[in-house]
Ligand binder design. Structure first.
Ligand SMILES: [Fe+2]
Length: 243
């Protein structure tokens, strides 16, 4: 690697090193639409470590119909991945949580203590991209009534939500997590504009990779060429590093 390449790659890695912890990804092998197998999982973890992340709290989908993943299965699989991490000599730390769809199975999970919160206190939730979950405000309250803090995953990707809705959701006690790739236009112009506004207005508390596959990984590597964006992210306080 030449001096210039090293200089550039140092810059490339800066933002991920600085965020330290990623708290939204689909890296556990074969249990959702993310990594299909253990070698792929190890490859993604190797790349995330090379980018500068020190810790990954991975969040497989939990959806009643499509991915009814149980806490014990998630934990057992994470333990297997951790064995592989050790065997491969990687330094990155892996923990497991989940990304919970606010569907008609969610209330039962919450009431029966079947959630794996991030850092024992945050619950990452998502809604359909087509329409909001009925009574989602009520669910936000119920999560908090259990002593947990809800985080809405990628609010900028729900086209039916406005900046006013984000304000309202935040005022109800739900934190917001923006996808890094939204900010560089990966999901289209509208999502990019909403994501950038959320960051500029300091309404988002977390940034996540939402890594599912290698196209996401390649796009993540390109983020640092957006120097204005990198500065904006670095001038904002994120809860990632506190996880
Ligand atoms: Fe996700």
């Amino acid at each position: 690697m030449s001096f210039l390449q090293r200089l550039f790659s140092g810059k490339t890695h800066r933002i991920f090193k600085w965020l330290a912890t990623d708290m939204h990804s689909h890296l556990l092998p074969g249990i959702d639409d993310g990594s299909p197998d253990m070698p792929t999982t190890l490859h993604y973890l190797t790349e995330l470590e090379a980018l500068g992340y020190q810790k990954v709290i991975t969040t497989p989908h939990v959806m009643r119909e499509l991915y009814p993943n149980k806490p014990n299965d998630i934990k057992a699989l994470a333990a297997k991945v951790n064995e592989e991490i050790t065997a491969a000599g990687l330094k990155i730390k892996l923990e497991a949580s989940a990304e919970y769809m606010l569907d008609d199975g969610f209330d039962a999970l919450l009431e029966n203590d079947q959630l794996i919160p991030i850092a024992n206190r945050y619950v990452l939730v998502e809604m359909s991209y087509v329409a909001p979950t009925l009574n989602y405000e009520n669910t936000i309250f119920k999560i908090q009534a259990q002593g947990l803090i809800p985080i809405l995953a990628h609010p900028e990707r729900y086209n039916y939500l406005s900046m006013n809705d984000f304000e309202r959701i935040k005022s109800l006690g739900c934190l917001l997590q923006v996808n890094l790739l939204s900010l560089v236009g990966y999901y289209g112009k509208h999502t990019q504009a909403m994501g950038q506004q959320l960051v500029q207005n300091k309404q988002a508390s977390f940034l996540g990779t939402d890594l599912h596959h290698s196209r996401h990984l390649e796009a993540l590597k390109g983020i640092s060429s957006h120097s204005k964006l990198v500065r904006l992210i670095e001038n904002t306080e994120w809860l990632n590093a506190k996880l």
